[in-house]
Design a protein around this ligand. Structure first.
Ligand SMILES: Cc1cc2nc3c(=O)[nH]c(=O)nc-3n(C[C@H](O)[C@H](O)[C@H](O)COP(=O)(O)OP(=O)(O)OC[C@H]3O[C@@H](n4cnc5c(N)ncnc54)[C@H](O)[C@@H]3O)c2cc1C
Length: 377
């Protein structure tokens, strides 16, 4: 181990962002993480237990386009630490990765547990305190916890998207109101009979992806994206879906007069959905008005969205106002010596590894900001 400097760094939050900061700083400074739960516990939930740790977009400018909040801010952040650096880091700590067909990057073991264990092994020179940080005092900087008060030269706030906002508000920072993003949505219409039905290549709000019906409403990759871009919209709102490619319905009705219209439509949408939108009739019995109604339900299927599904969000839209953070160093523009990284900031990305990439990249910039400030000047 390199000789410890006299400088002390306190990190509040032992999630992916806080731990990556500690990894970058632990050999030069005396680093302490305050984690009220277990460190890196959140990582175990990621990617359905497989940990989708990044996305195989190697052009950082393209990568920024996957963040509905934070795109501009991340421009310089991702230029300094991007996908290739993430893969290198994991390789260095013994986690080999692979790229899935949809460009998501996973550990070869497909095990978030393995990622967590290897990551914790790499944090040997970091001190962990299982204490809840309550507030930060200034002049000098101190972390006050439920068990004591500790003096630091620099403090990093990495409390994630669910907690820690009080600590930040107490410092005088503005918090952009937290809202759930990447979440399933509840609908006014009862869709219970369709629960479990999935339709591929559905178009809505400029996206094309899979739609899944649930007991409470709708979910799936398409809905996660829509919930993200509409996270700040007022409920209720309406969504319209195009569920199939164009087809000449009248011609098909003429060609198949004795076929059930449900079976005909089942060639374009799942059978249970066809049953949901079509009358129990033969094709020759369908008049022009009914034909147009059915087509409208396929190409302009409209639902009223009443709320997100409670507690089901993957990420929080909102957090520390980016206007108050230096995008080069992650240092607070209001209080010298305070830094932010990860989801506590008003940054969130789509599904696919973008949210963890935000953690790695902002944590890297915060660490470099501290190293430059303490060791290079
Ligand atoms: C089910 C699920 C699956 C996900 N899958 C993926 C995925 O595959 N890929 C991806 O990119 N993203 C995924 N995400 C999102 C990703 O997990 C988060 O964006 C990421 O964990 C944020 O990291 P963070 O370190 O900023 O915050 P967190 O992971 O929330 O960590 C913050 C830590 O701070 C601690 N803390 C908070 N307040 C205090 C306090 N006052 N004192 C002490 N400790 C405190 C908390 O206990 C927590 O451990 C997923 C999220 C969920 C919920």
């Amino acid at each position: 181990m390199e000789q410890e400097s006299i400088y002390k760094i306190g990190i509040i939050g032992g999630g992916p962002a806080g731990c990556f900061c500690a990894y970058q700083l632990q050999n030069q400074f005396d680093v302490t993480i305050f984690e009220c739960n277990s460190p890196l516990k959140t990582l175990l939930l990621t990617g359905g237990g497989r940990c989708n740790l990044a996305h195989a977009e190697f052009d950082f400018k393209e990568l920024t386009k996957n963040y509905p909040r934070g795109e501009k801010f991340l421009y310089s952040v991702l230029s300094k630490f991007s996908t290739a650096d993430t893969i290198d880091f994991f390789e260095k700590i013994g986690v080999k990765t692979y790229i899935q067909n949809d460009m998501r990057i996973f550990p070869e073991s497909n095990s978030a547990k393995e990622v967590r264990e290897k990551f914790l092994d790499a944090l040997k020179h970091t001190h962990f305190k299982k204490e809840k940080a309550l507030c930060i005092e200034q002049n000098p900087l101190r972390v006050v916890t439920d068990n004591g008060s500790y003096k630091f030269d620099k403090i990093i706030i990495a409390t994630g998207g669910h907690a820690g906002y009080n600590i930040v508000k107490y410092l005088g920072h503005n918090i952009i109101e937290p809202k759930p993003a990447l979440t399933a949505l509840r609908t006014h219409e009862c869709l219970k009979n369709l629960a479990g039905v999935s339709i591929k290549n559905v178009k809505s709000c400029g996206f094309t992806d899979s739609l899944l019906f649930t007991h409470e409403g709708i979910s799936g990759p398409l809905i996660y994206k829509i919930s993200s871009i509409k996270a700040r919209d007022k409920f209720p709102y309406k969504l319209t879906f195009d569920l199939s490619e164009e087809f000449n319905f009248q011609e098909l009705l003429n060609q198949n007069p004795h076929k059930s219209v449900k079976n005909l439509i089942s060639e374009f949408v799942p059978k249970s959905f066809a049953e949901y939108i079509t009358p129990d009739k033969k094709c020759h019995m369908i008049d022009g008005k009914t034909r147009d109604e059915i087509l409208n339900k396929i190409h302009n299927f409209t639902l009223t969205i009443t709320s997100p599904v409670k507690g089901g969000e993957v990420v929080t839209c909102g957090g520390v106002d980016l206007k108050e953070i230096n995008p080069k160093t992650m240092e607070s523009k209001l209080i010298k010596g305070i830094y932010f990284c990860g989801e506590v900031m008003d940054i969130d990305g789509f599904c696919g590894g973008f949210n963890l990439q935000n953690c790695w990249s902002t944590a890297f910039c915060a660490s470099q900001g501290i190293i430059t400030e303490l060791l290079e000047f």
